[in-house]
Design a protein around this ligand. Structure first.
Ligand code: BG6
Ligand code: MG
Length: 211
């Protein structure tokens, strides 16, 4: 079929965006910086290294390479302690049904995530086998808002860029999808996702809309 669907992971398929926030908030605390939910929007979709660089920048702190690595490892350990308890019950409403619909029609489905933890989380919630291609933080060199992750995903499923639909909960991700000339669908708040072609609260609202 001549259409492809690319999903972000954190905040789209599973509600892990709040775990990333809690973990970064603790790192920020250590740096004596208050990470607000508003500033956290700028971290969504952004790689681990880029996120820590932003927080250090906001806090007006510079640290040694060693300390940088320690903070990044610590943040991930804290994040993983939240993720550990996840099961298929943590898949966001309507997501499983929507992916099932796409598979029944025969449309290829790909993951386009900045997270290095993506394959592990997909396995944990039992969705790993539903994806025809997985592109994650281990396979990209340029982070969102660069379109690289989505362009690689489109290539892997053999669908033209302009025939791909991207689901994203972050500003950086919507910008990346737009830069890739794909249809961008925002999940969340219109205020944050104003650049998206469409914005929905969740997949229950999207229902069987194929874009
Ligand atoms: C993105 C999240 O999906 O992955 C970001 O929105 C996160 O918050 C990024 O920083 C990198 O994730 P990880 O799991 O490799 O630290
Ligand atoms: Mg996301």
């Amino acid at each position: 079929k001549n259409k492809g669907y690319i999903f972000d992971l954190d905040g789209v398929i599973v509600d892990t965006a709040r775990f990333h926030f809690l973990a970064w908030k603790r790192t920020a605390d250590e740096l004596e910086f208050v990470l607000t939910p508003e500033l956290n929007e700028k971290l969504k979709g952004v790689s681990r290294v880029d996120s820590l660089n932003k927080i250090l920048d906001w806090a007006g702190k510079s640290v040694s390479e060693e300390e940088f690595d320690r903070l990044a490892v610590e943040k991930n350990e804290y994040y993983l302690s939240f993720v550990e308890q996840m099961t298929s019950a943590d898949i966001l409403p309507g997501v499983y049904q929507y992916i099932k619909l796409l598979k029944e029609i025969g449309y290829p489905v790909a993951l386009g995530s900045a997270s290095k933890n993506a394959p592990m989380i997909l396995k944990k919630v039992g969705l790993y086998d539903m994806f025809d291609a997985i592109v994650d933080g281990n396979s990209v060199t340029k982070a969102k808002p660069d379109p690289e992750v989505f362009l690689i995903a489109a290539k892997k499923i053999g669908i033209e860029d302009t025939a791909c639909v991207v689901f994203e909960d972050s500003e950086a991700g919507i910008d990346a999808a737009n830069a890739a000339n794909m249809t961008s669908v925002g999940l969340g708040d219109t205020g944050v996702l104003g650049n998206a072609d469409y914005v929905f609260a969740d997949f229950l609202e999207i229902k069987d809309n194929l874009f």
